[in-house]
Design a protein around this ligand. Structure first.
Ligand code: RIB
Length: 307
């Protein structure tokens, strides 16, 4: 499959990114150094990332009838995004995320869902019925919407990739049969109920996640330590790319998931897909902001060729 058709159903936010030396303690005031408005949202980031990784992407989402919604929509159009299922909602503002980033590149994220909370099960069903090679979902929208998308995809035999961010509990049994489930360590902990802090707990978490979701693959993202692939028998570690200078970790996981999915659809090879994910995640942390940091396929392949 040269140019896979991916449908992303998910959130879209305007990110208010604040750069500061260090995070404030509880009750403390610190001075920030700089702020910017940057397009973000886990769904939109993964849609843009998949597009830059060479996929043909439709993005199903909701924004408010406001200036942020208009700016975000124009940005997506300029990228070449398919917006057949992208709606303006008169009853809620566009989603907003407040993201302080410290001098070591680490962030905290506060999300105000706004119109993302109104992306409905019917919206998801309608988009899936439009047809695609793969559906990508995250947990930044309503549980019912995620479930409806998975059920509609299952009914049509369409593979589903679920990025389990942000961290929350979720009835994985109700999306049984997804193809790839990919949490990071915090998200895995929220789903399995125990800390994922070493090789043994990572394996235990992957087994439990596979049992509950029926996924074919569990991909555990480990940030600067790379990622792990569990296929029900083997647990394989894929180290992160070497010599990466961390500037801002925002959207690195989104970049990983999208590049991994696009390459898996192209080649059918999970081993290659994991390496593409690591390279694209690694590139994203070297740049500031969510969508501005997402690499193209050419950049990802150039980094892989150097390694
Ligand atoms: O994954 C990063 C994203 O999380 C940010 O762009 C922010 O909008 C939140 O959704």
């Amino acid at each position: 499959m040269d140019r896979p058709r991916i449908l992303v159903i998910g959130s879209i936010n305007m990110d208010l990114m604040v750069e500061l030396e260090r995070m404030p303690l509880a009750g403390e005031t610190v001075m920030g150094e700089n702020y910017r408005y940057v397009p973000g949202g886990k769904g939109a980031n993964q849609a843009v990332a998949a597009l830059r990784q060479g996929a043909d992407v439709q993005f199903a989402a909701r924004v408010g009838c406001d200036a942020n919604g208009r700016v975000l929509r124009e940005g997506l159009l300029a990228e070449g995004m398919g917006l057949d299922y992208f709606r303006e909602d008169a009853h809620a503002p566009t989603g907003l995320a407040v993201i302080p980033v410290d001098s070591s590149g680490q962030n905290r994220i506060i999300v105000l869902a706004g119109a993302n909370g109104r992306l409905s099960a019917d919206d998801a069903r309608e988009a899936v019925e439009g047809g695609c090679d793969c559906v990508m979902l995250q947990f930044e929208i309503e549980e019912e919407t995620v479930k409806a998308a998975c059920q509609a995809a299952a009914a049509r035999g369409i593979p589903v990739v679920v990025d389990a961010g942000p961290a929350r509990s979720f009835p994985l049994e109700e999306i049984h049969g997804v193809t790839i489930l990919t949490p990071n360590e915090t998200e895995a902990e929220a789903l399995v109920g125990f800390p994922v802090e070493d090789e043994a707990s990572a394996r235990q978490a992957c087994q439990k996640l596979m049992e509950r979701s029926g996924a074919r693959y569990i991909v555990l993202k480990l940030g600067g330590r790379g990622a792990m692939l569990y296929d029900g028998k083997r647990m394989q570690r894929y180290p992160a790319m070497p010599d990466i200078r961390v500037v801002d970790t925002t959207a690195a996981g989104d970049s990983f998931t999208a590049a991994m999915t696009a390459e898996w659809l192209r080649s059918g090879d999970m081993d290659r897909a994991m390496r593409y994910g690591n390279a694209a995640g690694g590139l994203a942390v070297t740049r500031k902001g969510a969508q501005p940091s997402l690499p193209t396929l050419a950049e990802t392949e150039a980094l892989l060729a150097k390694a």
